[in-house]
Design a protein around this ligand. Structure first.
Ligand code: SF4
Length: 287
């Protein structure tokens, strides 16, 4: 049986090998005379003379993290590192195992993660085709939605339905959801912490559906997905990108109820969407 190298010596040997490994030296040869004179050398090391010997591999140091040039420049100037925009570990795992709307709904459960749960009647998760090519994202449920547990079923919802039908589609062809799943009291705008808490579920929904086009209805949806504070008027009707998908922001149907003259702008936006989806654009038709 081969003699065990004492632990202290093993450690020293490993450290030394690590040092050589860092220098790029990975092959070792032993000299018989040196080996014979070495007190405590293992018998196995004395079996061959001037031949390649396999030594225990040093513990590998983890590879240093490679930063992109923009991060290196920022670090050199002492600025904050740019935000990492890749998927979180959670998202990455979900991608591997295959997330589904059903699983996301199960994970949401009877959610109490933010204060909006206190006044809600029903969670409004989303509705429509789980494999839709087109997803509409609104801000949050209103009174009717909260009562029924379905998105866009009130007056603004009826207008959205008309818009969808004017595109030559039906509600069951698309998917409709919101940034927050519970109604904000008095239909106020969702607060930042509420959006931050709830929006990961929206992101998972979008990843699971994998639509060709995402249409953001109003500022909150657009600002959440685009991670911007800019007003919607700066980018309404422009094609933007969200995680490799086409995104277009337009006015919320509730805004159109208050400002009917903006309908023609929204119709122009939706015609752009129709063109990308290969839907026939009928001239002069609007919701
Ligand atoms: S808004 Fe979203 S995070 Fe907040 S309680 Fe409702 S489901 Fe949960």
């Amino acid at each position: 049986m081969a003699e065990r190298i004492p632990e202290v010596l093993q450690k020293k040997l490993s450290d030394r090998l690590s040092f050589y490994d860092d220098l790029g030296i990975r092959l070792f040869y032993k000299d018989r005379s040196a080996a014979q004179s070495h007190v405590g050398s293992s018998r196995s090391l004395q079996q061959h003379s001037h031949e390649e010997t396999t030594l225990p591999k040093p513990a590998r140091k983890p590879e240093p993290m490679k930063l992109p040039p923009s991060a290196l420049r920022a670090a050199a100037k002492g600025e904050a590192l740019p935000k990492v925009t890749g998927p979180s570990l959670f998202e990455a795992v979900n991608k591997i195992v295959g997330d589904t709307l059903l699983k996301i709904r199960e994970d949401l459960g009877e959610c109490t993660r933010c204060k909006l749960h206190k006044a809600r009647n029903k969670i409004v998760f989303g509705d429509g085709n789980p494999k839709a090519q087109l997803v509409f994202v609104g801000e949050g449920p209103g009174h009717d939605e909260d009562m029924q547990g379905l998105p866009f079923v009130g007056r603004a919802g009826k207008l959205l339905t008309q818009m969808i039908e004017a595109m030559g589609l039906q509600r069951k062809d698309v998917y409709i959801c919101n940034v927050v799943k519970c109604r904000p009291p008095d239909n106020r705008t969702p607060e930042k912490d509420e959006v931050t808490t709830c929006s990961p579920f929206l992101l998972r929904q979008l990843d699971a559906i994998a639509p060709k086009v995402i249409v953001c209805l109003g500022s909150v949806a657009a600002q959440t997905l685009l991670e911007t504070n800019r007003g919607i008027s700066h980018f309404r009707g422009e094609w933007l990108e969200f995680r490799g998908r086409k995104l277009l922001a337009t006015y919320h149907p509730a805004y159109l109820l208050r400002n009917p003259s903006a309908k023609s702008e929204v119709w122009k936006d939706l015609q752009k969407v129709m063109a990308v989806l290969g839907l026939e654009v009928k001239k002069g038709k609007s919701a």
